[in-house]
Ligand binder design. Structure first.
Ligand SMILES: *Cc1c(COP(=O)(O)O)cnc(C)c1O
Length: 466
């Protein structure tokens, strides 16, 4: 026993081994030493129990491995193989390279964020994007806030915050998820909800009756992005609402939700109303998200009439909801890509992934199938199946995009074996997130672009399953 205790190396000896030096390089002497001491404690326990002991290099390597495992960010990159392209829980849109570069530069250097380089005087942070947003949407003016929920909040608070009536169809009183419910937001904004019509049918005369009561501050139209009512339905279109609003001398606010800037039909997707159309249809204010179909960072756009945007910018809430320089830089770079629609699908990851053909995805499935089979081992089967991807974030909820998935099943057919596999995939250096459906773990390959990186990452899977 004394013999084996003497075989345990000293802290100094471990620190001097190549792995010990690497641990110091990466984590500093203090952290490396503390971790090595913990590993040495475990070694002494092993010695007491008569188990085999590690040499200095192996102890240092274990300490380094433990330090690395503990140092990973919890906000880690993952492989999103859920089949939902704009997955809110996985961070929605992936940014274009140009946006990443712009944000990185804005982080590294001082930027002329609120500084007018022409005059040397103070500038406005919204100035950087105003012209570009107006050019892409046809709006008179534009401002930006933290996200679209914030956009709706500040618009309602500015235009109806003193208990002003906000007229909304009962068919549009939606919940977006994450506790964002239109009636609650209205109450928090200080607006008085004036519901009109019924869940399935709302007529022009319903709006007119509400407007005739006077005491109405605005009409709100909400794009029912995440659900659709079918059958015996009626809604009043935006141009008719705009005419009603004009006659009553109140603004029409249109919350578009996703709000795309281009006609997606060009890439084989279903048409969503574009922001330009909403503006042209006579909405006085249009709000939409930056990180849904637009494919940029999280942000809320508010575009529309100059005097209304000016009033929104004077609202003290604006200061609390404003966008930081990183996102402004990323947004500007993202929006500039829209000036060249021909190359948009190539440069904007969101559109590139949405527009990917099933044939291409199936080709990738065939290419990686042997490696995935080898990685999951003999207790699982893997086959290629057709599946439907979703756009996500409430956009076009009923539309699925034809895609290809690897369907993995446990040979013993058990759910626990499938759960174990899903957990092992999540525990990989780059966690792999799929979805379980019909007794199989589906890995939808629509969002997989770097197959070699995916395969290399699977190397640790056998250990995870052991
Ligand atoms: C998504 C959505 C919102 C919220 O937008 P965020 O950018 O997620 O805050 C509001 N309204 C509608 C109609 C939406 O679809």
């Amino acid at each position: 026993m004394n013999e084996s205790f003497r075989a345990i190396p000293s802290v100094d000896a471990v620190l001097k081994s190549p792995a010990g030096q690497a641990a110091i390089d990466r984590f500093g002497r203090t952290e490396a030493t503390a971790r090595i001491r913990l590993v040495l404690d475990a070694e002494r326990q092993s010695a007491r129990e008569g188990r085999a002991l590690r040499d200095a290099q192996a102890i240092a390597a274990l300490a380094l491995w433990q330090l690395e495992a503990a140092s990973g960010s919890s906000l880690r990159p993952v492989f999103n193989l859920t089949g939902t392209v704009l997955h809110t829980n996985l961070g929605r849109a992936l940014l274009a390279e140009a946006a990443i570069e712009a944000a990185t530069e804005a982080m590294r250097d001082a930027t002329a964020l609120e500084f007018d380089l022409a005059t040397g005087k103070r500038g406005e942070r919204d100035d950087h994007l105003r012209d570009l947003v107006c050019e892409l949407t046809g709006a008179e003016d534009a401002t930006l806030v933290n996200n679209n929920a914030a956009a709706v909040l500040i618009v309602l608070n500015t235009l109806a915050g003193n208990g002003g009536g906000a007229v909304v169809s009962r068919g549009e009183l939606i919940e977006i998820g994450g506790a964002f419910r239109m009636p609650d937001i209205m109450a928090r904004a200080g607006a008085r909800l004036v519901e009109v019509g019924t869940t399935n049918r709302t007529h022009e005369k319903d709006y007119r009756a509400a407007l005739d009561t006077g005491d109405i501050a605005l009409i709100l139209k909400v794009h029912t992005s995440n659900y659709r009512i079918e059958g015996f339905t009626k809604e009043v279109d935006a141009p008719s609402l705009a005419a009603l609003a004009r006659a009553a001398k109140v603004p029409l606010v249109n919350d578009l939700g996703s709000g795309t800037l281009v006609d997606l039909a060009r890439w084989g997707l279903r048409r969503e109303p574009t922001v330009r159309e909403a503006v042209a249809e006579g909405a006085d204010i249009v709000t939409f998200s930056g990180d849904k179909l637009l494919g940029g960072p999280q942000a809320g756009f508010i575009v529309g009439r100059r005097h209304l945007i000016a009033a929104i910018n004077r609202n003290p809430m604006k200061r609390a909801l404003r966008v930081d320089k990183l996102r402004l830089a990323a947004l500007e770079a993202t929006l500039k890509l829209y000036r060249d629609p021909d190359r948009l699908a190539e440069r904007l990851p969101t559109l590139r992934l949405l527009a990917r053909s099933q044939a291409e995805i199936a080709g990738m499935a065939t290419a990686i199938l042997p490696d995935v089979r080898a990685a999951v081992g003999p207790f699982y089967t893997v086959e290629i199946v057709d599946c439907g991807s979703q756009i996500g974030s409430g956009a076009l909820p009923l539309d699925t995009l034809a895609s290809s998935a690897l369907a993995i099943r446990a040979v013993d057919g058990s759910g626990s074996a499938l759960d174990r596999l899903a957990a092992a995939l999540r525990a990989l250096p780059v966690p792999v997130i799929g979805r379980i459906a019909d007794g199989a773990l589906l890995l939808d390959l629509r969002c997989l672009e770097d197959a070699p990186r995916f395969i290399a990452n699977l190397r640790g899977l056998a250990d995870g399953l052991a």
